[in-house]
Design a protein around this ligand. Structure first.
Ligand code: FES
Length: 306
């Protein structure tokens, strides 16, 4: 998929620490269509690549709306959006991609933590009232974006931590019929809390890195890049992605933490050792694809379609 250049048409403060961007094609051309749950890969002026969920109206083909949380301790992308991106800034955009689609269900529960509301907002707006409920937690009401849009919708419960504490997941999840589709987006702790309490269908998207278990794969191994015609040695303590970048400098990657999916690569032979939070258990067991930023090899040699 090619990168298109889009212009920031407007910037708004959606909540304390959350900046909203509207992106449009500079020629006014219609933007590629998308469905709730989709995200864009955005290249910022510094060259940093980040992923942001689309949180506007899919029927509006003239703009893409994004919401970006400022994370002072982060890797710098959100700081850049908050300090250096303004009206007229040109951004490189790939996508939309959708790794978090809305599946058909009779009933839904959405659980959002902080900026995790962004992919869930278009989902709830696309569903008939009465078929869903949304539990939206945040540090305080002032930090919770899109409250005014959500407040008139039936089924929304705001849980600001400073006055209401944490959402009572035991009570909410315990009362659900088992066929309910539960969607959760937010920080790792929230995802884990929902996973521990819900055995039914669970769809989740995480913001930030999942804990990566690296124990068994730290030994060195060989990797053959079949299309490039090179065999490389990946030493212990070095990532497969780093080794690949030396000979394929344009290889796609972004988070380097196994959660964004950008570096997904086809495995032609060998047994990958997965450490990502993108692939499902079945995909990991099949071993036909892997995230090379965190993945390694279970045996001496891997052959990749690169
Ligand atoms: S770069 Fe994000 S999963 Fe590998």
């Amino acid at each position: 998929m090619t990168t298109v250049l889009l212009t920031v048409r407007s910037v708004v403060e959606e909540a304390e620490g959350v900046r909203g961007l509207l992106l449009a094609d500079p020629t006014g051309a219609a933007l590629a269509p998308w469905e709730p749950g989709a995200h864009l890969e955005v290249t910022l002026p510094s060259g940093a690549v980040r992923h942001y969920s689309l949180c506007g109206d899919p029927a509006d083909r003239s703009t893409y709306r994004l919401g970006v949380l400022r994370e002072p301790g982060g890797r710098g992308g959100s700081e850049e959006v908050h300090t250096s991106v303004g009206e007229g800034t040109v951004l490189g955009v790939r996508g939309p991609f959708n790794r978090f689609p809305l599946v058909p269900a009779e009933r839904y529960l959405f659980v959002a933590g902080g900026i995790g509301i962004t992919p869930l907002l278009p989902m709830v707006r696309s569903l008939p009232p009465g078929s869903w409920a949304l539990l939206y937690g945040g540090r305080s009401l002032a930090t919770m974006a899109y409250r005014e849009e959500l407040a008139p919708l039936p089924g929304v419960t705001f849980v600001p931590q400073d006055t209401a504490g944490l959402p009572d997941l035991d009570a909410v999840l315990g009362a659900l019929p088992p066929s309910t589709a539960v969607y959760c987006c937010g920080p790792e702790g929230l995802l884990r809390a929902v996973e521990e309490r819900w055995a039914g269908p669970l769809h989740k998207e995480r913001f930030g890195a999942a804990p990566v278990e690296r124990a068994s794969g730290e030994g060195g191994f060989e990797v053959e890049l079949r299309r490039t015609g090179r065999v490389l040695r990946v030493e212990a303590g070095r990532s497969l992605l780093d080794a690949v970048r030396e000979v394929v400098p344009g290889v796609a990657y972004s988070c380097e933490e196994g959660w964004c999916g950008t570096c997904e690569t086809k495995v032609l032979a060998g047994t990958p050792e997965h450490h990502d939070s993108v692939l499902g258990e079945d995909e990991k067991a099949a071993g036909t694809t892997m995230m090379i930023c965190v993945g390694r090899s279970r045996d001496g040699r891997l052959v990749l379609d690169l």
